[in-house]
Design a protein around this ligand. Structure first.
Ligand code: ZN
Ligand code: FE
Ligand code: FE
Ligand code: FE
Length: 165
């Protein structure tokens, strides 16, 4: 059982959780992208896979800067969110209805990441790690952008097409 002896320990603990989350997403996003039918939606997922790779690398860089290994923890929440995503992938459904459901699952993932990165960005600032805070904020902004892109795809056409499927 991990014991957190300081605010810095909590910072590392939260970074490890995010490292696990991004690692799990590297496996999950290609499957989600493959399950999507709409081309614009597929593109959003594969763009975000590229970003996810960079985000994982950013965390590795942060681990190096702090001289800690961020691997070895499991983010159980991301594990659960991905399980729900897999449930949707395996559903029998009209293509466009499935696309709407994939967006619902993916936006949950982005919101979870936004919460996590907002927290560690604040911790990094507090602890005087200004450059690390900037790296974490870059990722935070990508997660927000991914979420709003998904929202836009949903409201500009997927939801409407799904309604009449
Ligand atoms: Zn469409
Ligand atoms: Fe991410
Ligand atoms: Fe977690
Ligand atoms: Fe993300």
């Amino acid at each position: 059982m991990t014991r957190l002896n300081s605010f810095n320990d909590l910072f590392i603990f939260e970074l490890k959780d995010l490292y696990s989350a991004e690692t799990q997403l590297m496996d999950a996003l290609p499957k989600i992208s493959e399950a999507a039918s709409d081309q614009q939606l597929k593109n959003s997922f594969s763009n975000h896979l590229d970003e996810t790779r960079k985000q994982k690398e950013r965390l590795e860089q942060i681990g190096k800067d702090l001289n800690v290994d961020l691997s070895g923890e499991t983010c159980e929440a991301m594990n659960g969110l991905i399980k729900e995503g897999e449930e949707i992938i395996n559903l029998k459904a009209d293509d466009i209805v499935k696309d709407a459901a994939l967006i619902a699952a993916a936006q949950r993932v982005e919101h979870y990441e936004m919460a996590g990165y907002g927290t560690v960005r604040n911790y990094a600032k507090r602890l005087g790690h200004d450059e690390i805070a900037e790296l974490l904020e870059e990722t935070l902004n990508e997660e927000k952008e991914a979420d709003s892109k998904l929202n836009e795809v949903a409201i500009t056409h997927i939801n409407a097409e799904a309604e009449y499927a």
